[in-house]
Ligand binder design. Structure first.
Ligand SMILES: [Zn+2]
Length: 230
């Protein structure tokens, strides 16, 4: 276990392709897919989104939230996770699920169970690994912060903007759950309440920032159309 090491996605892709053809074929036939991603401005951790072929769209949304929405979140929100992400395992497997039997949004796994990553291999160069799961259908229906969410919702009366807002809201919820579970991986002893407070604050501030920007561009468009009328 070499904490603090990084691993490149090319190395992992090479490794996945180098496994026996029969094994890869069986995996492909049963619909197992891997999508590699990272937080937009970070070299670690490398994230492997383990999903089924039917979940390709959801996996893409999760990777978008890490690559883009993370970058668009205000600096102070990201700084709170600076050290947590720095101390995170170099490679984190996220098992994407529709739902969890226990109705949780996600979990930290005590060991890596995803088959290609469960046993150590030279290709991993001794990087440390961790695994979590995310239940995306559960995240979709989750009322993260009912009061402030409704207040923000009310600011978007127009159909297409309200739709954009809901899409952004879902991606930020997903992002906050991923951060929450990585926080558990990094500090297994930290109480749930402290971890939850941190991830909800991230979600709230990042969403408020999005709303502020969206409303600013909205009023700019209204100003322009008024001046055209004048
Ligand atoms: Zn938790």
């Amino acid at each position: 276990m070499a904490a603090g090491q990084n691993i490149s996605s090319a190395l992992i892709l090479d490794y996945l392709h180098s496994r026996p053809r029969s094994l890869r074929w069986r995996e492909w036939a049963r619909g197992r897919r891997y999508l590699l991603t990272r937080f937009g401005d970070r070299s670690r951790p490398l994230i492997v989104l383990a999903h089924s072929s039917r979940q390709a769209g959801s996996a893409r949304q999760v990777s978008l939230s890490l690559e883009q929405d993370w970058l668009e979140a205000p600096g102070h929100c990201r700084e709170i996770y600076d050290e947590i992400l720095f101390r995170a395992p170099g490679l984190v497997v996220i098992q994407l699920r529709r739902n969890n039997v226990c109705a949780c949004l996600g979990h930290r796994h005590p060991v890596v169970r995803e088959e290609p990553f469960a046993e150590s291999h030279d290709a991993f160069r001794g990087v440390d690994m961790g695994e979590i799961d995310i239940a995306y259908a559960r995240v979709e229906t989750w009322q993260a912060l009912p009061l402030s969410d409704t207040a923000m919702d009310a600011k978007f009366l127009e159909g297409s903007r309200l739709e954009d807002f809901h899409k952004e809201q879902l991606r930020l919820k997903t992002l906050s759950v991923v951060l929450h579970e990585i926080n558990h991986l990094v500090s297994p002893q930290e109480p749930e309440i402290a971890i939850r407070e941190r991830s909800l604050a991230f979600y709230h501030d990042a969403l408020a920032h999005y709303v502020e920007n969206a409303l600013a561009t909205l009023s700019l468009t209204i100003d322009r159309s008024f001046s055209r009328l004048g």
